[in-house]
Design a binder for this molecule. Structure first.
Ligand code: ADP
Length: 176
């Protein structure tokens, strides 16, 4: 993705991996959250699945927090119900716009009107914040192949599939 800027402020296509977590499923707000994101950012949903996550997948996705004391609670929360997982595609800074629609990680710090302020909650040391969205182009490239196989998106997004899964295969080869 040599021509794509990390925060995507140009016109190149950006992608974001979205997860609507168990509290979004239980509150039945998944469609509402997706509708807000799509309407307010003009991005489109290019892949979507409903699935129950596993500990190995969560440890890979959340590698940066897997050793934190709060991680076991996050795992339980993420595996409590099936979750909705989507790839969104857009332009003009949509990655950042989506993050702004969700609000800060801790719902207590999230600005009024954001999804996490409205529907999320912090209970003691635990944060239940409704939705995940990639925070950069690099994060999306790392996260998307954790949840989607190439054949699940290649016909919809041949360019992205070529970039992401070819890169992932090359990275594995280099590391082996
Ligand atoms: P974000 O989801 O906003 O990208 P992170 O990737 O840093 O934030 O964290 C992943 C998830 O881990 C958060 O959504 C939240 O549920 C949980 N989390 C992060 N930091 C904390 C914390 N200090 N205490 C409890 N849970 C946390």
């Amino acid at each position: 993705m040599q021509n794509e800027k990390p925060r995507g402020n140009g016109t190149s296509k950006e992608h974001s991996l979205i997860i609507l977590k168990s509290d979004a499923v239980e509150q039945e707000i998944c469609l509402e959250v997706l509708r807000r994101i799509v309407e307010e950012t003009s991005c489109r949903i290019v892949a979507m699945k409903i699935a129950r996550l596993t500990s190995p997948i969560l440890r890979e996705h959340y590698a940066h927090i897997a050793d934190k004391p709060f991680f076991p609670e996050i795992e339980k929360y993420m595996m409590k119900t099936e979750v909705w997982i989507a790839i969104l595609e857009g332009r003009n800074g949509c990655i950042e716009k989506i993050r702004n629609i969700l609000g800060a990680t801790n719902p207590n710090d999230a600005a009024d009107g954001t999804i996490r302020a409205e529907y999320g909650k912090a209970e003691g040391k635990n944060i239940f914040n409704v939705a995940h969205a990639s925070d950069s182009t690099e994060a999306a490239r790392r996260e998307i192949p954790i949840f989607f196989r190439e054949d699940e998106v290649s016909s919809l997004m041949p360019d992205l599939a070529r970039r992401i899964w070819t890169d992932a295969t090359e990275m594995q080869t280099q590391n082996s």
